[in-house]
Design a protein around this ligand. Structure first.
Ligand SMILES: [Ca+2]
Ligand SMILES: [Ca+2]
Ligand SMILES: [Ca+2]
Length: 239
Protein backbone atom coordinates (compact mmCIF):
# COMPACT_ATOMS: atom_id res chain seq x y z
CA UNK A 1 0.00 0.00 0.00
CA UNK A 2 1.38 3.39 -0.92
CA UNK A 3 0.33 6.63 0.72
CA UNK A 4 0.37 10.03 -0.90
CA UNK A 5 0.05 13.43 0.73
CA UNK A 6 1.11 17.04 0.30
CA UNK A 7 4.79 16.16 0.73
CA UNK A 8 4.44 13.14 -1.56
CA UNK A 9 1.79 13.98 -4.16
CA UNK A 10 -0.03 11.33 -6.11
CA UNK A 11 1.48 10.60 -9.52
CA UNK A 12 -0.18 8.94 -12.40
CA UNK A 13 2.22 6.32 -13.75
CA UNK A 14 2.92 6.20 -17.45
CA UNK A 15 2.52 2.90 -19.32
CA UNK A 16 6.31 2.53 -19.39
CA UNK A 17 6.52 2.60 -15.64
CA UNK A 18 5.96 -0.30 -13.26
CA UNK A 19 6.82 0.32 -9.63
CA UNK A 20 8.67 -2.39 -7.71
CA UNK A 21 6.32 -4.62 -5.75
CA UNK A 22 6.33 -6.51 -2.50
CA UNK A 23 3.80 -9.25 -1.98
CA UNK A 24 2.44 -10.95 1.09
CA UNK A 25 0.41 -14.18 1.17
CA UNK A 26 -2.18 -14.93 3.83
CA UNK A 27 -3.28 -18.34 5.19
CA UNK A 28 -6.68 -17.99 3.52
CA UNK A 29 -5.01 -17.76 0.12
CA UNK A 30 -5.41 -14.09 -0.63
CA UNK A 31 -2.22 -12.41 -1.74
CA UNK A 32 -1.68 -8.66 -1.41
CA UNK A 33 0.97 -6.80 -3.35
CA UNK A 34 2.32 -3.45 -2.32
CA UNK A 35 3.97 -0.89 -4.54
CA UNK A 36 6.88 1.22 -3.43
CA UNK A 37 6.48 4.96 -3.95
CA UNK A 38 6.62 5.98 -7.56
CA UNK A 39 8.86 8.65 -8.93
CA UNK A 40 9.12 10.47 -12.18
CA UNK A 41 5.77 10.36 -13.96
CA UNK A 42 3.60 13.43 -14.29
CA UNK A 43 1.39 14.78 -11.55
CA UNK A 44 -2.33 14.23 -11.55
CA UNK A 45 -3.04 17.58 -9.97
CA UNK A 46 -1.26 20.65 -8.73
CA UNK A 47 -0.31 19.70 -5.17
CA UNK A 48 0.26 23.33 -4.24
CA UNK A 49 -3.35 24.29 -4.97
CA UNK A 50 -5.15 25.27 -1.78
CA UNK A 51 -7.92 22.73 -2.30
CA UNK A 52 -5.34 19.96 -2.72
CA UNK A 53 -3.64 20.61 0.61
CA UNK A 54 -5.66 18.13 2.67
CA UNK A 55 -6.04 15.51 -0.03
CA UNK A 56 -4.54 12.12 0.82
CA UNK A 57 -4.41 9.11 -1.45
CA UNK A 58 -3.54 5.46 -1.07
CA UNK A 59 -3.04 2.88 -3.79
CA UNK A 60 -2.48 -0.86 -3.62
CA UNK A 61 -2.30 -4.08 -5.55
CA UNK A 62 -3.92 -7.38 -4.64
CA UNK A 63 -4.56 -10.77 -6.26
CA UNK A 64 -6.89 -13.63 -5.42
CA UNK A 65 -5.42 -17.16 -5.78
CA UNK A 66 -8.34 -18.43 -7.87
CA UNK A 67 -8.82 -15.23 -9.79
CA UNK A 68 -11.93 -13.91 -8.01
CA UNK A 69 -12.66 -10.22 -8.27
CA UNK A 70 -11.81 -8.43 -5.06
CA UNK A 71 -13.58 -5.67 -3.20
CA UNK A 72 -11.71 -3.29 -0.92
CA UNK A 73 -12.54 -1.26 2.16
CA UNK A 74 -10.30 1.19 3.96
CA UNK A 75 -10.29 1.99 7.65
CA UNK A 76 -8.37 4.63 9.59
CA UNK A 77 -7.20 4.89 13.18
CA UNK A 78 -5.11 7.41 15.11
CA UNK A 79 -2.34 6.16 17.40
CA UNK A 80 -4.35 7.13 20.48
CA UNK A 81 -7.53 5.38 19.28
CA UNK A 82 -8.44 1.72 19.73
CA UNK A 83 -11.11 1.16 17.07
CA UNK A 84 -10.73 1.31 13.29
CA UNK A 85 -13.07 3.87 11.67
CA UNK A 86 -14.51 3.17 8.28
CA UNK A 87 -13.00 5.48 5.65
CA UNK A 88 -14.44 4.10 2.41
CA UNK A 89 -17.38 2.02 1.33
CA UNK A 90 -16.58 -1.13 -0.62
CA UNK A 91 -14.87 -0.34 -3.93
CA UNK A 92 -13.34 -2.28 -6.82
CA UNK A 93 -10.77 0.49 -7.39
CA UNK A 94 -7.22 0.01 -6.20
CA UNK A 95 -6.84 3.61 -5.13
CA UNK A 96 -8.71 5.92 -2.81
CA UNK A 97 -8.46 9.65 -2.04
CA UNK A 98 -9.97 11.54 0.83
CA UNK A 99 -9.85 14.95 2.43
CA UNK A 100 -7.84 14.83 5.65
CA UNK A 101 -8.65 18.41 6.65
CA UNK A 102 -11.45 17.21 8.92
CA UNK A 103 -9.07 14.99 10.93
CA UNK A 104 -7.37 16.18 14.11
CA UNK A 105 -3.58 16.46 14.00
CA UNK A 106 -1.91 13.18 14.82
CA UNK A 107 -0.27 10.00 13.61
CA UNK A 108 -2.58 7.62 11.78
CA UNK A 109 -2.57 4.27 10.01
CA UNK A 110 -4.79 2.86 7.31
CA UNK A 111 -6.11 -0.68 7.22
CA UNK A 112 -6.95 -2.20 3.86
CA UNK A 113 -9.43 -5.06 3.82
CA UNK A 114 -9.68 -7.17 0.64
CA UNK A 115 -12.54 -9.60 0.15
CA UNK A 116 -13.44 -11.95 -2.69
CA UNK A 117 -17.16 -11.42 -1.95
CA UNK A 118 -17.99 -10.24 -5.51
CA UNK A 119 -17.49 -13.81 -6.85
CA UNK A 120 -18.60 -15.93 -3.88
CA UNK A 121 -21.94 -16.61 -2.18
CA UNK A 122 -22.67 -14.73 1.04
CA UNK A 123 -20.84 -16.21 3.98
CA UNK A 124 -18.18 -18.06 1.99
CA UNK A 125 -16.04 -15.08 1.06
CA UNK A 126 -12.41 -14.87 2.16
CA UNK A 127 -10.83 -11.74 3.58
CA UNK A 128 -7.32 -10.46 4.07
CA UNK A 129 -6.17 -7.24 5.61
CA UNK A 130 -3.07 -5.18 5.77
CA UNK A 131 -2.10 -2.17 7.90
CA UNK A 132 -0.09 0.71 6.44
CA UNK A 133 2.97 2.39 7.82
CA UNK A 134 2.15 5.29 10.17
CA UNK A 135 1.68 8.74 8.64
CA UNK A 136 1.11 12.22 10.01
CA UNK A 137 -1.94 14.38 9.41
CA UNK A 138 -1.16 18.01 10.17
CA UNK A 139 -3.70 20.73 9.47
CA UNK A 140 -2.24 23.41 11.76
CA UNK A 141 0.14 26.08 10.39
CA UNK A 142 3.58 26.72 11.86
CA UNK A 143 4.34 29.91 13.81
CA UNK A 144 6.85 32.62 13.00
CA UNK A 145 8.33 33.82 16.29
CA UNK A 146 10.93 36.19 17.66
CA UNK A 147 11.29 38.42 14.61
CA UNK A 148 14.07 41.01 15.15
CA UNK A 149 15.89 43.50 13.02
CA UNK A 150 19.33 45.03 13.21
CA UNK A 151 20.29 47.85 10.91
CA UNK A 152 23.65 48.91 9.51
CA UNK A 153 24.91 51.16 6.76
CA UNK A 154 24.16 49.92 3.30
CA UNK A 155 26.62 49.68 0.43
CA UNK A 156 24.91 52.58 -1.31
CA UNK A 157 25.11 56.09 0.09
CA UNK A 158 22.16 56.97 2.31
CA UNK A 159 20.79 53.43 2.26
CA UNK A 160 20.55 50.89 5.07
CA UNK A 161 20.88 47.12 5.20
CA UNK A 162 18.62 45.34 7.67
CA UNK A 163 19.26 41.85 9.03
CA UNK A 164 16.04 40.09 10.00
CA UNK A 165 16.17 37.00 12.21
CA UNK A 166 13.58 34.72 13.76
CA UNK A 167 12.33 31.21 14.35
CA UNK A 168 9.80 29.10 12.44
CA UNK A 169 8.26 26.42 14.61
CA UNK A 170 5.65 23.72 14.10
CA UNK A 171 4.15 21.18 16.49
CA UNK A 172 3.71 18.19 14.18
CA UNK A 173 5.71 18.27 10.96
CA UNK A 174 8.99 19.67 9.81
CA UNK A 175 9.39 23.22 8.53
CA UNK A 176 9.69 22.97 4.75
CA UNK A 177 9.95 26.53 3.46
CA UNK A 178 10.69 30.06 4.70
CA UNK A 179 10.19 33.12 2.50
CA UNK A 180 10.09 36.87 2.95
CA UNK A 181 8.67 39.87 1.19
CA UNK A 182 9.53 43.55 1.69
CA UNK A 183 6.73 46.06 1.21
CA UNK A 184 4.72 43.56 -0.79
CA UNK A 185 7.48 42.56 -3.22
CA UNK A 186 7.73 39.01 -4.62
CA UNK A 187 8.52 36.27 -2.11
CA UNK A 188 12.19 35.33 -1.76
CA UNK A 189 13.30 32.02 -0.31
CA UNK A 190 15.45 31.79 2.81
CA UNK A 191 17.42 28.77 4.02
CA UNK A 192 17.57 28.05 7.74
CA UNK A 193 20.72 28.89 9.70
CA UNK A 194 21.78 25.22 9.67
CA UNK A 195 21.12 25.03 5.90
CA UNK A 196 18.70 22.07 6.09
CA UNK A 197 14.93 21.98 6.48
CA UNK A 198 14.90 18.90 8.67
CA UNK A 199 13.14 19.65 11.94
CA UNK A 200 10.13 21.12 13.73
CA UNK A 201 12.06 24.33 14.44
CA UNK A 202 14.33 26.30 12.13
CA UNK A 203 16.18 29.48 13.01
CA UNK A 204 16.74 31.82 10.12
CA UNK A 205 18.19 35.19 9.22
CA UNK A 206 18.48 37.17 6.03
CA UNK A 207 19.66 40.59 4.85
CA UNK A 208 17.46 43.14 3.17
CA UNK A 209 20.01 45.30 1.42
CA UNK A 210 20.07 49.00 0.65
CA UNK A 211 16.65 50.08 1.90
CA UNK A 212 15.67 53.69 1.35
CA UNK A 213 15.07 55.75 4.51
CA UNK A 214 11.63 55.24 6.04
CA UNK A 215 9.35 52.51 7.29
CA UNK A 216 9.42 49.09 5.62
CA UNK A 217 7.19 46.10 6.30
CA UNK A 218 9.06 42.79 6.24
CA UNK A 219 6.73 39.80 6.01
CA UNK A 220 7.98 36.28 6.73
CA UNK A 221 6.04 33.25 5.55
CA UNK A 222 6.69 29.75 6.92
CA UNK A 223 5.28 26.50 5.52
CA UNK A 224 5.33 23.10 7.15
CA UNK A 225 5.82 19.87 5.24
CA UNK A 226 2.08 19.52 4.77
CA UNK A 227 1.77 22.97 3.18
CA UNK A 228 0.13 24.74 6.10
CA UNK A 229 1.24 28.36 5.91
CA UNK A 230 1.49 31.27 8.34
CA UNK A 231 2.85 34.78 8.12
CA UNK A 232 4.63 37.05 10.58
CA UNK A 233 5.53 40.72 10.16
CA UNK A 234 8.09 43.15 11.51
CA UNK A 235 8.58 46.84 10.70
CA UNK A 236 12.05 48.11 9.88
CA UNK A 237 12.47 51.87 10.23
CA UNK A 238 15.60 53.19 8.55
CA UNK A 239 17.10 56.66 8.48
CA1 LIG B 1 -11.04 -16.59 -3.80
CA1 LIG C 1 1.76 22.00 11.24
CA1 LIG D 1 17.48 22.39 10.24
Amino acid sequence: MTLYGPENPYFEGGPEYRPPQISQSFPNGIKLEFSLPRSGPRQVSDPSAAWARGIRSASWDAADPNGDNLRYKLYIKANDETAWKSLSIGTDDRAFSWDAESFANGTYRLKLEASDAPDNPDGTEMKAERVSAPFVIDNIPPRVEGLRTSTREGSLKGRSTVTVSGLAIDADSRIAKIEYSVDGSDWKQVFPDDSIFDSLQEKFHFDVTDLTPGEHAVTVRASDEQRNVSVGKILAVTR
